[in-house]
Structure formats: structure tokens, C-alpha cells
Design a protein around this ligand. Structure first.
Ligand SMILES: [Mg+2]
Length: 171
């Protein structure tokens, strides 16, 4: 059986929302106190990620690190998941120059597998990384979110279509 494509999932700006001018209200939001800090949780993000878990192998790619598994399974129904480990204290590896701090560990984790990555803060180095992987034949999809909105329905549908287009013959 082929491996599923990976799906690297950020938390802040994808599940936990921020950047509002006013406190949001309505059925799409839930307020949670996590380690003493209030968070605005996207109610839809959990079920959307759960749908994606049928076609992708989910992994946390977040500065929350192990705290993601401490809190998010209860709040969102997602996880526990594997955690890509980031060392934010050291310099970003030379190979990526002005790379995004998640890039090198994420690249190492993905190896040559197909991967989609949901995040609210891609920079040019991420786009370059995705183009480079694509050119090597490793399907790569960046899914940028708005931090006040998080993971959207249309993005879930686009990711499901993407999996269908890359087919079963890679990994
Ligand atoms: Mg983020």
C-alpha cells in the first residue's frame, strides 16, 4: 500500500486564530483558556482536518511543539499526532539562506514524500522550497491561511483534489 501524502499542520493562524480588530463572535468561534492564555479556536478547523486525515497523514508543524498534543486533541478532536521538532534557538541552516525557521526540519521530515503544508506565514523561501521539490518530482502544496480565518472549506476541497491529481504512483 502506498503511503498517504503528508499534511503538515500549523496551529496559530490555522486552528487558533488571531489578528482581529474586534473580539470575534458567532458560531464559528470558540474561546479556550490554554495554559492561562485565551485562544480563539476555529470551530470548523477540527472537522476539516479530520476529513483530511482520510487522505493525508497529519503531522503537527507548529511552535506549539508537544503542547499541541497536550491540548488540541481535546479541543479539536485532532491528534495526538507526530510532531515535527523545531529548534528555534539555533541559526537557520545555511542551505536555505534566509529560510523560514520551519523549513529545514520540515524538509528532513518529509524526505521525498508528497507533502501539503498549511500555514499562515509562508515567506519567499517556502515558495522556493516548494518549487524546488516540485522540480524534483516530489509533489508539494503550500496552503496559506489568513490568521483571522484559519483553514477554510475551499482549501480542504482544493487539497482533496490535489491528492487526486498527484495519483498513487509517487510517495
Ligand atoms: Mg502560524
Amino acid at each position: 500500500m502506498q503511503d498517504k501524502p503528508l499534511l503538515a499542520v500549523d496551529v496559530d493562524g490555522v486552528i487558533s486564530l488571531f489578528g482581529f480588530d474586534e473580539t470575534p463572535s458567532g458560531p464559528g468561534y470558540r474561546f479556550e483558556l490554554i495554559d492561562g492564555t485565551p485562544h480563539v479556536i476555529s470551530v470548523e478547523a477540527g472537522p476539516r482536518l479530520d476529513r483530511l486525515s482520510t487522505t493525508f497523514e497529519l503531522v503537527w508543524a507548529t511552535g506549539w511543539q508537544d503542547r499541541a498534543n497536550d491540548h488540541l486533541p481535546t479541543i479539536t478532536g485532532i491528534g495526538p499526532l507526530p510532531v515535527i521538532e523545531f529548534d528555534r534557538s539555533g541559526p537557520v541552516p545555511e542551505r536555505f539562506g534566509s529560510a523560514h525557521w520551519k523549513l529545514a526540519p520540515l524538509d528532513a521530515y518529509a524526505e521525498n514524500r508528497a507533502i501539503a503544508w498549511i500555514d499562515d506565514s509562508f515567506d519567499e523561501s517556502c515558495l522556493e522550497w516548494a518549487r524546488e521539490r516540485e522540480s524534483l518530482g516530489h509533489p508539494t502544496l503550500l496552503v496559506p491561511t489568513e490568521p483571522q480565518i484559519g483553514l477554510e472549506e475551499a482549501q480542504v476541497e482544493a487539497m482533496e483534489m490535489w491528492v487526486a491529481t498527484i495519483g498513487a504512483g509517487y510517495t
